[in-house]
Ligand binder design. Structure first.
Ligand SMILES: Nc1ncnc2c1ncn2[C@@H]1O[C@H](COP(=O)(O)OP(=O)(O)OP(=O)(O)O)[C@@H](O)[C@H]1O
Length: 759
């Protein structure tokens, strides 16, 4: 029997065992479901006895028992259901690799088969190992020979004598090859050569060594991954979530993992990966969504506005300052002072009348000694205010409006006011008192609610006060900001706040100030936070996220070459992060190998960068990018239509990437009659199959078989700060990159003419 026959035989055996397990599990599932029905019937036997205390007790006990039984059955059912899913997945593709391992101290060579989940036919007889099991790490980490791998009990030495990869389809082994490499290039080539789709796929069979480090890292407080476009940062990080959920099973749920992603579109793109691996999706949101949830009453600046608005130089300097770690620290300096004076309140009103003035609230707030922290101060003030307001009820009952209300009560109003209260009154006076009390209490309820929600804190005024204080707390000219510029900016912010608007630069400081004053301890439930496209975050935002998730370990991914939003300050990010988390708790991993694009596209994209971070192309050949310079929109449209036809014939999905949304709409109008296209207008839209037109700032993180860059003219892309944008656009393409430009090509695309084809 040759190796191929041997493996097929073994596969048949494993498939039989899986089938057997499936049948057993199905039977178990049926039993659990039946049990459920039985228990539900059991409710009929629960007697409700409520006349005596012991009767009540008895009822409570039988209800509890009933509930417990239900819970147990449910548990049995969900675990059987989960198992059914696992087995179905395994039956479809039981494993993709085998390694032969001899642990140090053992005299036996053990063949280890690796798949999407573990499977054993008897206790301890593993026919398949989960790819996340400690021993499976060997497959991703090294070639043949001696290796070390991490186990819960510590490092284990072993010797690897075989590495074999399989492709299994319809229960048959299609290909099998042995390799002495980490993960065979052939397999990787097959994996990346496929076509793009609107959903991202798992890379579990071809995880690379560097990626495996990211996936299995459990030590770092901050894992910072710098990776070139298409180097698999996002892919690796999704595998990492799956790994963590496996590794900490029972102690970690998907709800304790948060991923901040660049836009909603991207969330949509990746949301299948984890479910396909049998795990639940983590919480996914954009920073904007997070901020909107925290500040529901304010209208926040959107992604589009942020990207398309061009700002004068002085404004950019201010924004940069407001995004710095120094500014973050300044808020702390400012709030420390609030322990003595300066807090802003709103008076408490009742029926248009001032019940407690701002000054009175401030007196209460500062009546507690200085050992109180801001948050505690606020809590005790709240308590005082609540009891003070409740104390007004008696007085208020005597007022004219109450009397007027009582006199005008209809029968229905009277009834609904008294509700379940006993209706027998000693005399008219006590009836009046009872009514008056309810009326006043009802009227005061919203006031009490407002107090409970700390609405008496005037956070807008406080924020403005902080902005006013800034020039006194720091040397603005060190950040090249003049007093006049700051004043101008302040006036703008005040005007915006009056309209209930808040711009991006003020958004996070606003939230932070609010949190510090309230003494917020952050969301302590969250254990892991992932931040993708880190280069688009300011150091302030990152410090704030660290503050907001104090119990979480962070994984941050980014490509300093693609800093679209924050532009020039990206390079300093790395050192800022180290100072934030502490050098010894920070681990830095760099991915330089890119997998998305052909060598030709990667080389071209790379050439558009100056001082770029290192990028190595993956050896996969394709056509050179093409550049065509045309006279006007009509000619560009013709070229684009021709290219779309070619791409369609080659079954390549195309994205036309424009600079702005306005331009995207324009291109849509040009093409729509001759070719079906969809414009992606907002990040909340879904990705659809077929040709799409998308503005560059929404294309982050996505990939397409073919990309057409619309109007890469000198007029459209000129500023040096748009270099990273051009790079991001070009690096979205997997196989085909077509560039059209009007009249004059952008100087940013002035690269070695060998790297592209001029049409
Ligand atoms: N180990 C791997 N095996 C197979 N395919 C891979 C591997 N790593 C990455 N890829 C593929 O390369 C492409 C790019 O990966 P991904 O989107 O994760 O990169 P990225 O670093 O997040 O890119 P960007 O910064 O441009 O968003 C994807 O199609 C992914 O499936």
């Amino acid at each position: 029997m040759n190796e191929f026959e041997f493996e097929q035989k073994r596969l048949d055996h494993v498939l039989d065992k899986i089938e057997e397990a499936k049948q057993n599990n199905d039977a178990q599932l049926a039993r659990a479901e039946e049990g459920q029905v039985e228990v539900e019937k059991g409710w009929n036997d629960v007697r409700f006895k409520s006349s005596t205390y012991s009767g009540l007790f008895e009822t409570a006990m039988s209800v509890r028992q009933q509930q417990q039984m239900l819970q147990e059955r449910e548990l049995a059912q969900t675990s059987a259901q989960h198992q059914a899913q696992v087995l179905t997945r395994l039956a479809h593709n039981p494993y993709f690799a085998r390694i032969d391992v001899q642990d140090d101290g053992s005299d036996k060579v053990e063949p280890i088969y690796i798949g999407l989940a573990s499977f054993s036919d008897q206790p301890d007889n593993f026919l398949v190992y989960d790819w996340r099991a400690p021993i499976s790490s060997i497959y991703y980490d090294g070639g043949l020979g001696p290796v070390t791998y991490d186990t819960p009990a510590g490092a284990q030495q072993a010797d690897v004598s075989l590495k074999r990869q399989f492709q299994i389809e319809d229960q048959k082994i299609v290909t099998l090859f042995d390799t002495d490499e980490v993960v065979g290039d052939q397999m990787l080539l097959d994996a990346v050569a496929g076509e793009s789709s609107t959903k991202m796929k798992s890379i579990v069979t071809t995880i690379q060594r560097e990626q495996n480090k990211i996936i299995r890292n459990t030590h770092a407080e901050l894992l910072f991954v710098q990776g070139a476009a298409g180097s698999g940062k996002t892919s690796a990080v999704l595998q990492r979530v799956a790994y963590l959920l496996y590794r900490y099973r029972g102690n970690l749920t998907a709800g304790q993992v948060v991923m901040f992603s660049p836009n909603q579109l991207f969330n949509d793109y990746i949301d299948q990966v984890l479910p396909e691996m049998g795990e639940q999706n983590m919480i996914q949101m954009t920073f904007y969504q997070y901020a909107s949830r925290r500040l529901p009453k304010l209208k926040l600046e959107t992604l589009q506005a942020r990207f398309e608005e061009s700002q004068p130089n002085w404004q950019q300097k201010i924004n940069r300052f407001k995004g710095s770690k120094a500014y973050f620290d300044l808020i702390k300096v400012y709030t420390d002072r609030l322990n003595h004076s300066g807090i802003r309140f709103r008076s408490i009103k009742f029926r248009g009348r001032e019940l407690i003035s701002k000054d009175q609230i401030a007196d209460i707030y500062y009546s507690f000694n200085e050992n109180y922290k801001l948050g505690q101060r606020l809590e005790v003030t709240k308590e005082r205010l609540l009891s003070k307001v409740r104390g007004y009820v008696g007085n208020e009952m005597k007022s004219d409006w109450v009397e007027g209300t009582i006199q005008n009560l209809s029968k229905e109003e009277y009834d609904s006011l008294l509700g379940d209260q006993v209706r027998e009154f000693k005399d008219e006076r006590s009836e009046y008192q009872a009514l008056a009390k309810v009326i006043v209490q009802n009227e005061m309820r919203p006031v009490l609610q407002q107090i409970s929600r700390t609405r008496f804190l005037n956070i807008n005024a406080q924020f403005v006060d902080f902005l006013r204080a800034v020039p006194h707390l720091t040397q603005l000219n060190a950040s090249e900001i003049t007093a006049d510029d700051w004043q101008n900016n302040l006036t703008n912010t005040i005007n915006e706040l009056k309209q209930k608007e808040l711009n991006l630069a003020d958004m996070t400081p606003f939230m932070y100030l609010f949190d510090v004053i309230k003494g917020s301890h952050g969301e302590r439930d969250i254990r892991f936070v992932f931040i993708d496209e880190i280069q688009d975050y300011t150091p302030f935002q990152l410090a704030f996220l660290k503050f907001s998730f104090p119990k979480a370990r962070f994984t941050m991914l980014g490509d300093l070459n693609q800093a679209i939003f924050t532009k020039s300050n990206a390079m300093t990010l790395q050192s800022e992060l180290k100072s934030l988390f502490g050098t010894e708790k920070t681990e830095f991993i760099q991915l330089t190998q890119t997998y998305r694009s052909t060598q030709q596209i990667t080389d071209f994209a790379k050439a558009t960068l100056i001082n770029g971070v290192q990028i190595d192309a993956f050896e996969r050949a394709g056509a050179k990018p093409t550049i065509e310079i045309l006279n006007d929109d009509t000619m560009m449209t013709h070229t684009v239509l021709d290219q779309l036809r070619l791409n369609d014939q080659a079954k390549e999905t195309t994205a036309i990437i424009t600079k702005t949304l306005q331009e995207a709409e324009q291109v849509y109008a040009y093409l729509n009659e001759n070719h079906p296209v969809t414009v992606i207008r907002t990040e909340n839209q879904r990705l659809v199959p077929g040709t799409i037109i998308v503005p560059a700032y929404l294309a982050k993180g996505l990939e397409f078989d073919a990309v057409i860059m619309w109007d890469a003219s000198a007029e459209n892309y000129h500023g040096d700060d748009e270099r990273q944008l051009v790079y991001t656009i070009a690096s979205r393409a997997m196989h085909q990159l077509t560039i059209v430009a009007k009249k004059q090509l952008s100087p940013l695309l002035d690269v070695d003419s060998n790297l592209y084809e001029r049409k």
